[in-house]
Design a protein. Structure first.
Length: 109
């Protein structure tokens, strides 16, 4: 799963790099389908730690993009809180893993 996560991060970095001068809303529209597809594909099993990493990484990149657009330093942790990123910008917020029934049975034993 680490290889797939690395490939995802590379793909997202490329989107952020190519659209550096674009409004963040456009970048969100471009990365949301990629994130949704990736999350849906890896939602079965034990992937919550990986999802947490990706969620934090994307939030940091979005904040950095916003700061760069406004010619500010830092990441803007106080300016753009987590709820604002998801509610106002519409970034993907459904990072949840789903265990299959077989996984539940084997872990219960």
């Amino acid at each position: 799963m680490v290889k797939k996560r690395t490939a995802l991060v590379r793909a997202l970095k490329e989107v952020f790099r190519r659209h550096r001068s674009q409004p963040i809303e456009r970048v969100i529209v471009l990365i949301n389908p990629v994130l949704r597809g990736w999350v849906n594909y890896f939602a079965v099993g034990h992937s919550s730690e990986c999802f947490s990493f990706i969620k934090d990484w994307v939030e940091k990149k979005v904040r950095r993009h916003l700061a760069h657009a406004q010619k500010r330093k830092g990441f803007g942790w106080e300016r753009w809180n987590r709820r604002w990123l998801y509610d106002t910008l519409g970034a993907v917020d459904t990072y949840r893993s789903h265990r299959t029934m077989a996984a539940r049975v084997t872990t219960a034993r």
